[in-house]
Design a protein around this ligand. Structure first.
Ligand code: FAD
Length: 561
């Protein structure tokens, strides 16, 4: 805003600066209303999170609001891959693959606890749509585009070598294949870590804060009307620049700005199912072409589990209502059973499923769903709101950089302020990612009597921040209790994610901070009450509220599970 100091007195309640307690707390309507912001971001998926981090790192006064939990939308329903996208090579998207491979390298560096190298085996059978020669050329090009700085160099596998590596893969008609490398990440936690990085740089963040309308003055969008979905309080936030980073919801926000605007998106739905890994016996991630329609899909290891995905179908559904249908699940199981003939997977083997909408840019007519390009666009609307849509989880940092460059220009045009330079967002680690080798941190955990499986889970989930959880256990030994029998998570984590990761509801904890929703047969329902009690300690809930929140989760699982 003209004349306003661009120091960040608003980081603390009264200008006292970055006390941890203050900056990690969810911003209230009152706090947001009394704040003058340079930039207001609507949407707490990976796109909004990345923008908030980049902007806050440049010193812009930044607010992010999300209508549900952080990462509630597409960003927690992906294939969890940080990848160049080998299949996009077929479509000739060399530039896209090159950029994504560069970003893969960045994310492996700044978030080594959440983004890990993953070997892939791609078998080829007689009659497959992608022949062996084409695949071999493809992986060469893939490693070349990674500037030979892939985590591992690809290898061609003869029939026998492939069977040795993956004995459960169908032998009949097998021609051979390749092994190549990509990376896997915990998508929902990547969002949370990115948002927290933004908060550490001074951004104010509020989840469960929905934008219900835009405020227009002098023909420009200059703020938003919000409602706190937890307290019911309504208010407004004024901002010099408003960014619409709402993924599959983005056309709704654009229509608030300009009711006659043509839709930007043509979303497609993608579904995954989770099964026990021993049912398939895959060692690496397996890339396969579905015998049903020849599409490339994956069977991806996830600890003791493997998930199979994804479908890719046109979908105009309300993003709130998107679900896996029986047809989606049958398609995935049939495709996996064809590649692993001894698996005999049936519906009863499916532990969980998830469905998300890809916020893809509306293409020229007559393209099939899988052929819609994955690039992003940044568009300035009639009222000056910036909409960013499309892209991938993998490329969020580069997308954010490009968008904030535009914000900086707009602010400069508005009040002549200097343009802050691009921040080192490609080098500064995300919270928890400060050390690539976190194993030494495991020793104190073992000394506290935690099982090895729990220690490993803590390191993989929180990286260097697992030290904070161990401190909680040191203070209150009972918090070392498993949250769910036979599952590695412990009770201290609920306190930690409520305090530091903006977890407000049981669902936020059991679905997106840790993942029993996906990995246990009862979706963690048995621990809903205890999770609510622990959250209640942090959020000051009475018994009735604890009961209500636990029941809400049980009912949600009954609907979704
Ligand atoms: P979202 O994550 O949907 O976030 C938008 C947010 O805006 C939502 O949380 C929503 O609640 C919020 N919002 C909406 N309206 C409002 C409002 N009025 N007020 C406040 N908040 C609001 N990419 C990869 O790189 N690797 C992969 O392996 C991969 N796999 C995928 C698999 C599938 C099945 C799908 C669907 C996508 C996949 N992608 C992958 C793409 C990637 O997941 C998406 O591009 C990315 O998550 C989009 O993030 P986003 O923040 O733009 O949208």
């Amino acid at each position: 805003m003209p004349g306003e100091p661009r120091t960040r007195p608003w980081q603390g309640e009264s200008g006292r600066g970055n006390s941890t307690r203050e900056i990690w707390h969810r911003a209230s309507v009152e706090r947001l209303q009394s704040t003058t912001t340079d930039l207001l971001i609507i949407g707490g998926g990976i796109t909004g999170a990345g923008i908030a981090r980049d902007a806050a790192m440049r010193g812009l006064r930044t607010v992010l609001v999300e209508q549900h939990d952080l990462g509630y939308g597409t960003s927690s329903r992906s294939s969890r891959l940080i990848h160049g996208g080998i299949r996009y090579l077929e479509e000739g998207d060399i530039g896209l693959v090159f950029e994504a491979l560069r970003e893969r390298r960045v994310l492996l560096r700044i978030a080594p606890h959440l983004v890990r190298p993953l070997p892939f085996v791609f078998p080829v059978h007689d009659g497959d749509r992608v022949p062996l020669w084409k695949l071999r050329a493809g992986v060469w090009l893939y490693d070349l585009l990674a500037a030979f700085r892939n985590v591992g160099w690809h290898r061609f596998l003869g029939k026998r070598a492939l069977r040795r590596a993956e004995p459960m893969v169908r032998e009949q008609g097998l021609r051979g294949g390749v092994r190549y490398f990509d990376a896997q990440c915990d998508d929902a936690r990547l969002v949370v870590a990115t948002v927290r990085a933004a908060m550490q740089h001074g951004a104010l963040v509020a989840s469960y804060m929905v934008v219900e309308d835009l405020i227009r003055a002098d023909g420009r969008i200059q703020g938003v009307r919000i409602r706190d979905r937890l307290s019911g309080t309504a208010g407004q936030i004024r901002a010099a620049v408003v960014v619409n980073a709402t993924g599959p919801w983005c056309d709704r926000l654009r229509q608030l700005e300009d009711p006659g605007v043509a839709p930007l998106l043509r979303p497609t739905k993608g579904v995954h199912v989770m099964v026990r890994r021993d049912r398939l016996g895959n060692q690496a991630a397996i890339t396969l072409t579905s015998p049903i329609d020849g599409r490339v899909m994956f069977v991806i290891p996830w600890g003791d589990f493997s998930y199979i995905g994804t479908t890719d179908t046109d979908d105009a559904e309300d993003p709130e209502q998107v679900r896996a249908t029986q047809d989606d699940i049958h398609y995935l199981l049939r495709s996996a059973n064809a590649a692993f003939p001894n698996a005999h997977l049936g519906e009863e083997d499916v532990l969980s499923s998830w469905a998300g909408l890809r916020p893809l840019i509306r293409p020229p007519e007559r393209l099939g769903a899988s052929q819609i390009p994955r690039e992003h666009v940044i568009q300035r609307g009639a009222g000056g709101m910036l909409t960013i849509a499309g892209g991938k989880l993998t490329t969020f940092r580069a997308m954010a950089e490009e968008l904030v460059d535009q914000v900086v220009e707009i602010l400069h045009d508005l009040d002549g302020r200097p343009r802050p330079p691009r921040p080192p967002s490609d080098r500064e680690p995300l919270p928890g990612g400060e050390a690539a080798a976190v194993e030494p941190l495991g020793t104190p955990g073992t000394e506290l009597g935690l099982f090895g499986e729990t220690v490993e889970h803590l390191l993989r989930t929180y990286g260097t921040e697992s030290a904070a959880i161990l401190n909680l256990v040191r203070e209150r030994r009972e918090l070392a209790r498993p949250l769910i029998p036979g599952y590695p998570a412990i009770e201290a984590e609920v306190i930690h994610v409520a305090r530091r990761e903006l977890a407000q509801r049981v669902e936020d904890v059991l679905v997106r901070r840790i993942h029993p929703y996906y990995e246990t047969r009862d979706h963690g329902v048995g621990s809903a009450r205890r999770t609510a009690e622990l959250l209640g300690e942090e959020h000051g809930w009475d018994t009735a509220r604890i009961e209500e929140e636990a029941t809400r989760y049980v009912e949600w699982c009954a609907r979704e599970g």
